[in-house]
Design a protein around this ligand. Structure first.
Ligand code: NAD
Length: 385
């Protein structure tokens, strides 16, 4: 029998379960590229329930315990006295979500003598030190595509919120005001702007498709160029790299994984090459941006706005400068954990666990690291080219 540690964000401050705003979720048969949604043998929750917090347990706890496994669900993940650190030495499986990541550093992986698989209930496994996982033969898997469209929708929302300057206008209403001149003094139309997408994988491509009807001029770069018919259909201009992309656009959206190549990419030098008053929306990973360079660029006016939902570390400390910098539209890391997305990644996590227990292959698209090497999506999106 296995010991499984599931690290999840804390329950709602108003109590669990919450009162739900809607009674059901739309049924989606396939992802846009034809990939099937998760196919576990069964699920032990109703789609639409809050699954990502401790009491939700990703809808896995009853099922795992009925199989005789030991299950520990906790949000206590930082510091040597944390539940995570205490349990790691004899744990076989660690599951966490990028929103509240169990950072599996080289030191933690060293102490996790029994660890066989780290599962990301979501997308983005940079919280696991992948080089150590490779060296130690630990499998790393995530639920590819589960929330890509969720993030694409959030991205479009934040692009519009920044360019039209929605958030201060909303605040004027809440504060009882009607100060139209104040409200519009930083408000523009998106139509006609040059919008650049950095990394056109599942999320980036969905952002391009969703923004095309806004009559913007679309640009992108990725290590792999999109098929010519897609470029033509969406009217895309291809750029060799982010440096070439950044200098000719008004809005940049960021959708690459966090790797050695992308870490700190949005720095003072890159920002200085952008048009004055550009906007950035980064729902990929906080550490792709140089934290203080973003603050400086907003303060100087080089950037007109910055949004996204990813920070480093997570949870972000109360004094993180992105909470108070000017003209930001940050959310906590929520874009990929809508109730809709949770149903998909909870089911996908169960599918991965069922394969793991049965010793049957995990779908290649879910694999990041396996058998001491990058595999599947990991080989495509994380491994240096
Ligand atoms: P994906 O694997 O489909 O796409 C990643 C793309 O990045 C690939 O096309 C790859 O070729 C490209 N890429 C990788 N390194 C690059 C580089 N150095 N230069 C240019 N292109 C590069 O993944 P996805 O589903 O689109 O997700 C992308 C990332 O978004 C994830 O890795 C994760 O970090 C983040 N994400 C965030 C949330 C959230 O809730 N905010 C949710 C899901 C994913």
């Amino acid at each position: 029998m296995a010991k499984i540690v599931i690290v999840l964000y804390p329950d709602p401050t108003v109590g669990f379960p919450p009162i739900y705003a809607r009674d059901s979720l739309p049924v989606i048969e396939r992802y846009p590229n034809g990939q099937t949604l998760p196919t576990p043998s069964a699920i032990d929750f109703s789609p639409g329930q809050l699954l990502g917090s401790v009491s939700g347990g990703l809808g896995l706890v009853r099922w795992l315990e009925s199989l005789g496994h030991e299950v520990i669900v906790t949000s206590d993940k930082e510091g040597p006295d944390s539940v995570l650190d205490r349990e790691l030495p004899d744990t076989d499986v660690v599951i966490s979500q990028p929103f509240w990541p169990a950072y599996l550093s080289p030191e933690r992986l060293q102490s996790a003598k029994n660890l066989k698989i780290a599962i990301t209930a979501g997308i983005g496994s940079d919280h696991v030190d992948l080089k150590s996982a490779i060296a130690k033969g630990i499998t790393v898997a995530e639920v590819t595509y589960c929330n890509s469209i969720s993030v694409a929708e959030h991205t479009v929302m934040q692009v519009l919120a920044l360019v039209r300057d929605y958030i201060p206008q909303y605040k004027i209403v809440i504060d009882g005001g009607w100060d139209i001149a104040d409200a519009v003094s930083r408000s523009y139309d998106l139509e006609g702007m040059d919008v650049g997408v950095f990394a056109a994988g599942r999320i980036g491509r969905a952002v391009l498709e969703r923004l095309a009807p806004f009559d913007v001029k679309l640009h992108y770069t990725d290590r792999y160029r999109l098929p010519a018919d897609i470029e033509e259909k969406l009217g895309l201009t291809w750029h060799e790299d982010i440096h070439d992309l950044a200098k000719g656009i008004d809005v940049l959206t960021v959708h690459a994984p966090l790797t050695d190549e992308t870490h700190g990419l949005l720095d003072d030098d890159l920002l200085a090459t952008m048009r004055r008053g550009s906007y950035i929306v980064n729902p990929a990973r906080g550490a792709i941006a140089d934290r203080d360079a973003i603050v400086r660029a907003l303060e100087s006016g080089q950037l007109a706005g910055y949004a996204g939902d990813v920070w480093f570390p997570q949870p972000a400390p109360a004094d993180h400068p992105w909470r108070t910098m000017p003209h930001h539209g940050m959310t906590p890391h929520t874009s990929g954990t809508s109730l809709t997305a949770q149903a998909r990644y909870a089911a996908g996590t169960r599918e991965i666990l069922e394969n793991f227990f049965a010793g049957t292959p995990i779908r290649p698209e879910y694999l990041i690291v396996e058998g001491g090497a990058y595999a599947g999506t990991g080989a495509h999106s994380y491994q240096s080219k």
